[in-house]
Design a binder for this molecule. Structure first.
Ligand code: NAD
Length: 481
């Protein structure tokens, strides 16, 4: 069984405890690798290496860091096939998805921030009487931490590491213990790319173990976290008294609002993706679908028909559109929400159960794409994040009514609105409580735009200048002349 190792100071090391945790192949429900169960000893070694590397790394030119980040992106491209397969086996997602989304996006994260840092600059404010000029430096913070979830493992891991390194910080990065494999390969590729020892350190382990140690480590200046709202709250409570900078990207329960005047075919195709892509395990998935009454019955019939055509199967098979969910624990969570939905009076229009595939996949974690009807907006099924291939549909009559459904929830990550009425589109975009609004599209991403949520979905923004601002500290210098 493959043993994953920590990368500390460009060396590959067993954890101090020599303890490992099993890593499961969700398609078969069996362990296939082992990941270090690291503790604060490993963290201290990584932080010492990162601190030692910081002075020289932070003094390198943006062009030098650009070149190293681009080299790493090139190596990810070189390993595209292997990394996509690794991600698919580790996470359960269809190989086809890992090939076109996860791995290309990981490479483009490095290329994007490689270029961005060569364009990043501080501000200047001139004064008259007395004559003076202020200029604002943007300096790297020091040692920073990046903590990532399991749903888009390499994609979201690199989304944090790339701006942190580009801005001149040295990094302690922790992938999810559930999906550590591509992070391990990234560690090897970063050494091959020529990053100096200590600049990027990738350590593995649980949230309760190494994750807590990161949140409380006095030498770590900032934490960029993506994951659940509960864990984000925990990190905030531990890190705030130490005055760490925090960026928290957390859970969502996003509305998909469909007006009767929409481009119907485009809406239907996109809604299928925004409901079930990656088995519904994307924080941006639209899991609450609200449909204007005149097209409700038509939509219901067509959407159910299309959903039934999705092919649930082993992630590596070509025809598979819906793979396995990530873990047994997560499978059980999703199944428990299906029971809750029934107890709340919901009806399954399709799906509603686990799928058992023939051997060798009979222990795999497969859930039939599920559409639920007949639930009020304020029930648990519609208020809590399920994060699986499960959506609810409900009709509405007025803009005011649907805005109430959309906003009356603790989350506020993204919203999708389907309408051809331009005034309504702007009106709704302004009033929905979300950090990201898509009109007549979904998950269309420009890496320059601010990415993040409001309310319990997030604090701070990633992407573009926002990420580089997060990973730098401002210093104002005032000169009188
Ligand atoms: P999670 O919160 O359980 O874990 C995320 C990461 O935090 C993992 O690396 C985990 O080991 C670590 N962690 C856990 N406890 C910790 C602790 N006490 N201290 C420090 N680190 C700790 O989330 P998950 O189950 O891996 O991912 C699914 C969640 O992520 C969903 O809620 C989803 O909405 C959210 N998510 C949000 C976004 C976004 O951009 N807003 C993107 C993807 C996923």
């Amino acid at each position: 069984m493959q043993k994953i190792l920590n990368q500390i100071n460009n060396q590959f090391k067993a954890p101090a405890t020599n303890k490992y945790l099993p890593v499961f192949d969700p398609s078969k429900g069996v362990p296939y690798a082992e990941v270090p169960d690291s503790n604060e000893k490993d963290l201290n070694a990584a932080v010492a290496a990162a601190r030692a590397a910081f002075p020289a790394w932070s003094e390198t030119t943006p062009r030098h860091r650009h070149d190293l980040l681009v080299k790493l992106a090139d190596l990810i491209d070189r390993e595209h096939e292997a990394l996509a397969k690794m991600e698919s086996v580790d996470n359960g997602k269809p190989l086809s998805l890992a090939k076109v989304v996860d791995i290309p996006r990981a490479a483009s994260n490095f290329r994007f921030f490689a270029n961005a840092i060569t364009q990043f600059s501080g501000d200047a404010h001139s004064m008259n009487q007395p004559d003076a000029i202020n200029y604002t430096l943007r300096q790297p913070l020091g040692v920073v931490a990046c903590i990532a979830p399991w749903n888009l493992p390499l994609y979201l891991f690199t989304w944090k590491i790339a701006p942190a390194l580009a801005a001149g910080n040295t990094v302690i990065a922790k992938p999810s213990e559930v999906t550590p494999m591509t992070a391990f390969r990234l560690a090897e590729l970063s050494v091959e790319a020529g990053f100096p020892p200590g600049v990027l350190n990738i350590i593995h382990g649980t949230g309760a173990g190494i994750g807590n140690a990161i949140s409380t480590h006095p030498q770590i200046k900032a934490i960029s976290f993506t994951g659940s709202t509960v864990v984000g709250g925990k990190i905030a409570s531990l890190a705030a008294p130490l005055f760490k900078k925090l960026s928290l990207e957390m859970g969502g329960k996003n509305p998909n609002i469909i007006f009767a005047d929409c481009d119907y075919d485009q809406m239907l195709d996109t809604t299928l993706r925004s409901s079930f892509a990656n088995q519904g395990q994307i924080c941006l998935c639209g899991s609450r679908i609200m449909v204007e009454r005149p097209i409700y019955e038509r939509f219901k019939k067509d959407f159910v028909e299309k959903t039934k055509q999705l092919k649930v199967g082993p992630p590596l098979e070509k025809e598979t559109t819906t793979g396995a969910v990530v873990s047994k624990q997560h499978l059980n969570k999703i199944l428990s929400y299906l029971e809750i939905a029934i107890s709340e009076g919901g009806q399954f229009l399709c799906g509603g159960q686990r799928i058992i595939l023939p051997p060798p996949f009979e222990k795999g974690y497969y859930v039939a794409p599920t559409i639920i009807e007949g639930l009020p907006a304020d029930c648990r099924t519609n208020q809590e994040e399920i994060f699986g291939p499960v959506v609810t549909i409900m009709p509405f009559d007025t803009e005011a009514e649907v805005l109430g459904y959309a906003n009356d929830i603790p989350y506020g990550l993204s919203t999708t609105i389907w309408t051809q009425d331009i005034s309504r589109a702007h009106r709704m975009a302004k009033k929905v409580e979300a950090g990201i609004v898509w009109i007549n599209t979904w998950m269309m991403r420009d890496l320059r735009t601010p990415f993040g949520g409001v309310k319990s979905s997030g604090v701070g923004r990633e992407g573009g200048w926002e990420a580089l601002r997060f990973f730098t500290e401002m210093k104002n210098v005032c000169i009188k002349y």
